[in-house]
Design a protein around this ligand. Structure first.
Ligand code: ADP
Ligand code: ZN
Length: 747
């Protein structure tokens, strides 16, 4: 027996401890390390700090072996630097779940495991304070000085303008994200004494102060009881089962969740409730708090420290119920019994960065792995779930067809915008039926919600003579005019441009503003109903963390009569005095170049309608549209989900779109057009050369947005008969998506 030079390990003897570590790199394999005896022992699911090239990285141990790996020369195996945990942070089930997600979303196991851990643990650096920035005086500069600054230092001017708009301290990370700026203009402004940075202690629980709504369990209706019984039964006898709870808004789905959760907790089992980020309001959270006391709340607005604390409490079993947005799905809940995905049709459940998973599918998978049950709930189920609940796709259908309060859904009136006199250069923001309904409601002391899915003042600028629409240039999208900034803003890259004046194409004519965004709608409503106290809720007015709650409080109290906004007003709000809901233009969703556009349009109308008539006062919904005959609009107005689903599914079937296929989209991106075309052609050729009889290839072709942030794009679409049909392509797909500028995603 001879000591092997290099590692101080014995050669030929199984005396060491060898680890397979999953690292957060795109490379689809694990890395081998050895554990020095001085570090004691390590278990799967613990984090370790390891050397990686010249750097060090934090990774997760996925396998422990007394024998050195066969495929790596032993002298190349390096020692772990440090074991970071005393207990595993990821359970064996979560490790396996991560593996499945990696395989299905075309990324590495390490990518997924990193995404499962709260950021503070990922980098091993818990953050206890947040950096905020604010103006030193309420208004930093007068208009003239701002204009001067804009000429020489447009980024500084932009930063000042947004800070003034925010009206208080803003989390720097969020600020940069919203404005598309880097930190340096802020730093320059700080040197000039115009803004200041401060560190603010993390609020450890952002919902802690929110008023606790007392919420007594209701006597269940017969329909609710049937649903709860099914869930309780399944939890005992049918582990792994998935349900679709289809119930109109106000039908008492949440009450069903609460009862099922009570039962789980009574059985000593934990639960996860996923809600869309946007409806993760104090209102939602307090319903769960009121019933269960301590509930962990995980959402993207949390700082690392907050997230870390909540996570630790769950991990140690101090808290059994987790409510949160998408990533809460990975909470290390002990003895998991129930996963609820509320509003399961929401697009925010799909993650659009690595790992590109869909929370709905992962919820079902995790339930299967851990012997829990999963409940997908919605008033407007995704067509995937609807299909799965009908075509033997493994979901069991539960229904709540009536509103609990006995009341029916508010009637929806369609207003054909073609019949309304247009306003100067755009459609009528408040048609006469909507205006009248609002006036009457206001007189009775009731409130209205107005929804428009477009922010900014006007979504486009168009030449009067040649029809050219002014584009960003860096991106292949029209710019939006923001009046408060007096600039055109690209919503893709956040770039700002001066007002164009003459058409950049024909130079013969002035360009004019086309269309209406929330900012312009606000102006119009204010003009038509000067007595209404109006609040606007969109990304431009909700810059600070607290803004959202402030506006909701003002609306819930007696400070605002009308709430006008984008999606932010469409979901989850429950104000009994709201009796009028207006959808200012239902067609915006339909104009998206996406096969799910009709589904989204239907959902939006249904969701936003659900905000009206939530009390015995009743209510009405007015939907303005240029396309009153469109099936999505027509069926939504009739509250007829089934007919919509039937027609839309027939269409999907005809074109082979999901759920009738398992579709992948490969996106290629490069700074030069020739380069991206070549990349896409090459990939297309190698994919088509593989015998895959049940796959159909489309493209490469230019996507709807051909250029983003100066990078040209091409796409290939693969429609496979099933997940299995993709199997022959697997290796090639994995090779592709490890390359720069190539993204493989599910459709
Ligand atoms: P959904 O989640 O389907 O929109 P909710 O669970 O929010 O519906 O219920 C709508 C309203 O009805 C809530 O105010 C809730 O407190 C109330 N509610 C729910 N179930 C009952 C019941 N069985 N009896 C009386 N009120 C109920
Ligand atoms: Zn742009």
């Amino acid at each position: 027996m001879s000591a092997y030079p290099g590692n101080g390990l014995l050669f030929g003897e199984p005396a060491g401890t060898y680890l397979q570590v999953a690292l957060n790199t795109p490379v689809r394999r694990q890395f081998s390390y050895s554990l020095p005896t001085s570090m004691g022992s390590v278990e799967e699911g613990m984090r370790v700090k390891v050397p990686f090239g010249q750097r060090s990285m934090v990774g997760v141990v996925v396998h422990v072996d007394p024998h050195p790996p066969a495929n790596v020369p032993i002298e190349r195996i390096r020692d772990v630097y440090e074991v970071l945990d005393e207990l595993p942070l990821l359970t064996p089930a979560l490790l396996r779940l991560g593996r499945t997600i990696a395989d299905e979303s075309y990324c590495s196991w390490g990518n997924v495991l990193a995404a499962m851990l709260p950021a503070a643990l990922r980098k091993n650096r818990p953050r206890r304070t947040v950096l905020v920035v604010e103006l030193v005086v309420a208004k930093a500069l007068d208009q003239e000085a701002m204009d001067g600054l804009a000429k020489r230092y447009p980024k500084q001017e932009k930063a000042l303008a947004y800070l003034a708009q925010a009206g208080g301290p803003v989390d720097v990370r969020q600020f940069l994200n919203r404005t598309g700026l880097s930190k340096s203009p802020l730093e320059t402004l700080a040197k000039k004494g115009l803004v200041r940075f401060t560190r603010r202690q993390d609020v450890l629980d952002p919902f802690a102060d929110s008023e606790l709504i007392r919420d007594k369990p209701h006597e269940l209706t017969a329909q609710q009881k049937f649903c709860v019984d099914q869930l309780v039964h399944a939890q005992k006898y049918q582990p792994g089962l998935g349900f679709l709870l289809f119930g109109i808004t106000g039908s008492g789905k949440t009450e069903v969740y609460l009862r099922a959760l009570e039962e789980s907790v009574a059985q000593g089992r934990g639960a996860i409730v996923l809600v869309p980020e946007i409806s993760l309001t104090p209102q939602t959270v307090s319903r769960f708090r009121a019933r269960f006391g301590e509930v962990a709340v995980l959402h993207s607005g949390l700082t690392d420290a907050e997230r870390h604390d909540q996570w630790a409490a769950i991990y140690q079993g101090r808290i059994q119920i987790v409510v949160g947005a998408r990533s809460a799905l990975f909470a290390p809940v002990q003895r998991l019994g129930l996963i609820i995905v509320d509003e399961e049709h929401e697009t925010s459940f799909k993650q659009e960065s690595v790992p590109r998973y869909h929370a709905r599918e992962v919820a079902l998978e995790r339930a299967r792995l851990e012997g829990a049950i999963a409940v997908l709930g919605s008033a407007t189920p995704s067509l995937e779930s609807w299909y799965a609940a009908h075509q033997d796709g493994g979901l069991k259908l539960l229904e709540l067809p009536d509103r609990v309060a006995g009341g029916s859904l508010p009637p929806i009136q369609l207003v054909d915008l073609r019949q309304e006199k247009p306003e100067q250069g755009h459609w009528m923001v408040l048609s006469s039926p909507l205006k009248t309904a609002m006036e009457q409601a206001l007189l009775r002391g009731e409130k209205a919600i107005l929804f428009l899915n477009r922010r900014g003042y006007a979504p486009a600028w168009q030449c009067r003579s040649c029809g050219t629409v002014v584009q960003c240039g860096t991106c292949d999208v029209p710019v939006t005019f923001h009046k408060w900034r007096r600039r055109a803003v690209c919503h893709m890259c956040m770039g700002e441009f001066p007002e164009p004046g003459l058409c950049p194409e024909c130079k013969a004519s002035q360009v004019q503003l086309v269309g209406v965004g929330t900012e312009r709608a606000e102006e119009a409503v204010q003009r038509m109903l000067p007595q209404a106290r109006l609040g606007r809720m969109d990304r431009d007015t909700m810059i600070r963390r607290e803004s959202y709650e402030e506006v909701l409080e003002a609306f819930g109290g007696d400070k605002l009569d009308v709430l006008l906004g984008t999606q932010m007003v469409a979901k989850g709000l429950d104000f009994p005095t709201v009796t009028v809901v207006g959808v200012l233009n239902a067609d915006t969703a339909l104009h998206q170049p996406d096969f799910r556009a009709a589904e989204r349009c239907f959902n939006l109308i249904a969701q936003v309608s659900g905000r009206a008539g939530r009390s015995e006062r009743g209510g009405k919904v007015i939907v303005q549209t240029f396309l009153p005959e469109h099936p999505a609009v027509r069926h939504a107005a009739a509250h007829d989900y089934r007919s919509f689903a039937r027609e839309e599914l027939a269409e999907r079937k005809m074109f082979g779109y999901p759920p009738y296929s398992h579709a992948l989209r490969i996106t290629f991106e490069a700074p030069e057009l020739a380069k991206v075309e070549q990349m896409a052609q090459k990939a297309g050729t190698s994919l088509r050369a593989i015998p895959a009889p049940h796959c159909e290839f489309l493209g490469p072709a230019p996507p709807p947005v051909e250029k983003i942030r100066g990078r040209y794009r091409r796409q290939i679409l693969i429609k496979a008969k099933s997940k299995l049909a993709l199997e022959p392509l697997r290796t090639t797909l994995f090779e592709l998506c490890q390359k720069q500028g190539i993204v493989v995603d599910r459709l």
